[in-house]
Write a protein that binds this ligand. Structure first.
Ligand code: 3PG
Length: 214
């Protein structure tokens, strides 16, 4: 899938649930809870051993969901994400080797940035959708506004994550340079372990209703 179409979908949906999944058995119930909540997108992070299999299940059995791989720290993660059918990759930081590997594999990639120098490095590597991480700890909305000012004309857009939840997502989405927000608050690891799919669905629906996306 071309980057434009992946990033257009993310920008339209405006919220990307970030998930650390402990068991691949939870992948389809999770996917169904997100679909019921009106949010057909998910980032499954390579923080757990179940990530690759979970991505594969969602990609093959719930193709209506845009599934991406998060915490892509190595070229092995990147290649596993591609092989499992991930439609995009995300990393907490900016590693030129991983960006090059994503480009070679045609996988739309969102590297993490925290400073003006990171943004310039990302732009020089051809990345224009950037994860701003860890957002709240870095100064949140005020920091994004300040950072976006000199780079607005470059077409750069941000996907902040880190400390974002139902209480502050609207303030982020009011920032023009913010394409979407990400976070773990919708599908928490302990709720998934306990099979609390309705709670996950409800949090998803509440967030979607708040921003009028979906
Ligand atoms: C991420 O990788 O995007 C973050 O860990 C999400 O941060 P959060 O847990 O504060 O939502």
């Amino acid at each position: 899938m071309p980057s434009d179409s992946v990033f257009d979908t993310i920008s339209r949906l405006r919220i990307v649930p970030v998930v650390a999944i402990d068991s691949a058995e939870a992948a389809l119930p999770l996917a169904d809870a997100l679909l019921a909540g009106g949010l057909p997108v998910v980032e499954i992070t390579f923080r757990t051993a179940a990530a690759a299999e979970a991505i594969e299940k969602i990609s093959s059995k719930r193709p209506e969901i845009l599934v991406g791989a998060g915490t892509v720290l190595t070229t092995e993660n990147l290649e596993a994400a591609r092989d499992c059918g991930a439609k995009f990759g995300v990393a907490p930081g900016l590693n030129p080797e991983i960006v090059a590997c994503a480009n070679e594999n045609g996988l739309p990639f969102v590297p993490g940035v925290a400073t003006a120098s990171d943004i310039e490095c990302a732009l020089s590597l051809g990345c224009t959708m950037l994860k701003f991480f860890p957002s709240e700890a870095l100064g949140g909305v005020a920091m994004i506004n300040a950072l976006a000012a000199p780079y607005g004309h470059t077409g750069v857009r941000f996907m902040p994550t880190g400390g974002i939840n139902a209480g502050n997502l609207e303030s982020y989405l009011a920032v023009e340079a913010v394409a979407a927000v990400g976070g773990t608050w919708i599908a928490k690891q302990n709720d998934m372990a306990a099979g609390k799919w309705r709670e996950i669905s409800n949090r998803c629906r509440a967030a979607v209703d708040m921003v009028g996306s979906g």
